[in-house]
Design a protein around this ligand. Sequence first.
Ligand code: G1P
Ligand code: ZN
Length: 563
Amino acid sequence: MAPVAVLKVATTPFEGQKPGTSGLRKPVPVFQGEHYAANFVQSTLSCIPAAELQAGSHTLVVGGDGRYYMQDAVQMIVRMCAANGLRKVIIGQNGIFSTPAVSCVIRKRSAAGGIILTASHNPGGPNGDFGIKYNISNGGPAPEGVTNAIFNYTKTIKEYLICPDITVDLASLGTQTFQVAGQPQPFVVEIVDSVEDYLQMCRDIFDFPTIKALLATIKIRADAMCGVMGPYVRRILCQELGASADAAVRCDPKDDFGGHHPDPNLTYAADLVNTMKTGDYELGVAFDGDGDRNMILGRGGFFVTPSDSVAVIAANCDCIPYFQRTGGAKGFARSMPTGGALDRVAEGLKVPMFEVPTGWKFFGNLMDAGKLSICGEESFGTGSDHIREKDGFWAVMSWLSIMAARKASVEEIVQTHWAKYGRNFFTRYDYENVDAAPANQMMANVEQLITGATFVGKEFSHGDKTYKVAKGDNFTYTDPIDGSVSTKQGLRIVFEDGSRVIFRLSGTGSVGATIRMYVDSYETDAAKQKLDAQVMLKPLVEIALKLSQLRELTGRDQPTVIT
Ligand code: G1P
Ligand code: ZN
């Protein structure tokens, strides 16, 4: 066969191709604009460090959550990888890979990295969002040094390379080989089963017979929200672990997620919450579009906050073979806005604790250095050093392992945890799609207020509750491994009793601004631990809304989502 030609396409830069908290996310029509996606992919490919490429045999892993435009993007990426001298691309069948599966496959195959096609929990479809994210050879999201280099490249790009004549059959397992003009070695595309490698990894981490025995006695309900997790739920939970067929809900991936927000929280996974209220199921779980997020519910709809979930898993990690083998956990970490429950476990187990900025990429260095085993974010992200992404399915398997070992329900496990460590009440208010100008104004005002000379020591009251300020800052993080500094990671007010209020602007939205307000408060009084979080946190919420003037500046009376 004649070699396929490499085309040099002239292009000009697009504004705003800066990767956010988790890759470049924009509405689908933006990505569909001529050259838009190709510019970003070329910038990414051009910024992969030569040493990584070499060590990773010039191989990339590619896949995504099945959302609208993904098939086109996969074909384009393959054509550009070929033209840019990559030697091999490993793709999940039909382009499907959960984000944790990509991380797993990059590591297992010692690839140079991967490209994940997802906008995570953002809605999909022709007018929904799309996203492109680059992961490095450790399997984790590219660190800021790399994403900044990509962004700089997008600002000066003049051309990209592509082999327009390559089209891959994404449905057929096995390899397809192409000869690219001017390249000494063939270009190989390998289509692999989307679940297999991930399943094998789960077998190494968890005890399947124990979980299977548990699932023979309790019922689980798993809602994939029409995202990528359907095949994983069916194959692992149902086929391998024997969960009944009615366990798998919304498990056929759809390119528009059935028109819903594929975000596993109390608002967008309300169906699951209602089903759990029937009392028929012991464990209810939901995943986001790309399978890195999870929500855990107990019988009756008992909600485990993600901040509690990671703390409970950490405190019970002796129930998981992976940690038994490594002699327990090496360290714990949470993102700054995440509730402090994990800190109490670290203290109790005398395990080092780290606080990092929002975004999973900040956990990677600690894991690579062998200092971190279990970590989480309040945004329904839970995971460990088995890969370098958060992993919704791992969280579910961890909960099943704990339930089996402790012979207790979700609620009992959590109550026992609070009784031992105390309870951190936590809530997050999201104000989505606010006009950027007032949102920025609010952040600027709050920053000025809380970093002002007279702020520390100030008292704020609501009802009979008074809180005295111990500290106010814009969170700065110095990575303990490579010394890199990340500034402006969230406005933080810490009160003398340890309660915290945090304001951040989202880095994953694709239009306008999303304001996130986080409130965290610790309670040791056993009598109060069973109270409703919204009731307990009301005074702090009111104080936060008042001092920020959020309602007045944004015109929003109510948040879009309360977690
Ligand atoms: C959000 C979450 C953050 C998470 C990220 C990717 O980012 O808050 O914890 O890592 O999505 O899933 P944000 O929109 O707040 O920047
Ligand atoms: Zn996600």
